[in-house]
Design a protein around this ligand. Sequence first.
Ligand code: DAH
Length: 338
Amino acid sequence: MNDDLQRLQAAALVEIQQADSKIDLENLRVKYLGKAGAVSRLSENMRNVPKEDRPRIGKLLNEIRNAVTVALDSRLDALEAEGEVQNLSGVDETLPGTPFRAGGMHPLTLLQDRAVQIMRRLGFALADGPDIETEWYCFDALNTPENHPARNDSDTFYLPDGRLLRAHTSTVQIRTMVSNEPPVRVIGPGAAYRRDETDATHLNQFNQLEGLYVDRNVSVADLKGTLEYFVRELLGQEVETRLRPHFFPFTEPSFELDIRLPGIQEGKWMELLGCGMVNPAVFEAVNARRGDNAYDPEDWTGFAFGMGLERLAMSLFGLPDIRLLIENDQRFLAQFAT
Ligand code: DAH
């Protein structure tokens, strides 16, 4: 019996050492330790062992069971480790990794954010309004005559219910005043829409930045000082500016602000934004809608301005075609990523 047991253990350990798959190991576990396995069968044989030998044989059987169990477990560990090495054998861990491409802001967003930051430093708060507007907010309240060409449905996108896609962000001036008492200082960036043919210099959706400042005793000097500061902060101290008389129905007097930058468009003057002193007719329209006299033109004056972002981006970055700004071509956009 003793010898049988020794031989059984030796055979089991050799077989386990030679097993080269998990399935083989499982079969060996059944063969030796299973209910009908060799060790179990020997345990049952204890009946035939003389009484005085039983403790010793029993102890021996336990030792075999333990030794086989330990051998099975450690062979299993070894097989798993080998498998891992094999899985990695096709991998050259010395090769460089695949770098992540960091995203960046769109050039228009960069420009808009910078412009807004400058105005916020001057105490202007961010304001906005809906892209879908009524004719009243887009034209009537802004003192636009009934027969003004911008009202034509060849110029402005109208919805079947008579509402429209705002043709400028000046609607934000009205939205702000209808729901806030003076004084107000707001900056409103956003989309505007016009029925232009798309070409190298026109998009039918573009972006504007609207500004409005209403307080007591606001004058053209405030307009000029504020806008000159804004433009220098945005485009550099060396930029030259000039105010040129113009006409907008919602401001009186009205101006265009032109800029000239060394190295840009051969130093030619270019138009940057429209501006002017808020027309008292606009205050009256707001008062009528509010049902009070909060914007009494006798007490309050203000200036407003509106700037297109795409044309400015084109000049600043030397873009030959405005459509580059909406095509999402990574080769173009990546140049602005910081
Ligand atoms: N809304 C005008 C446009 O789209 C731009 C503009 C001009 C805005 C004068 C203003 C302003 O606030 O005072 O062409």
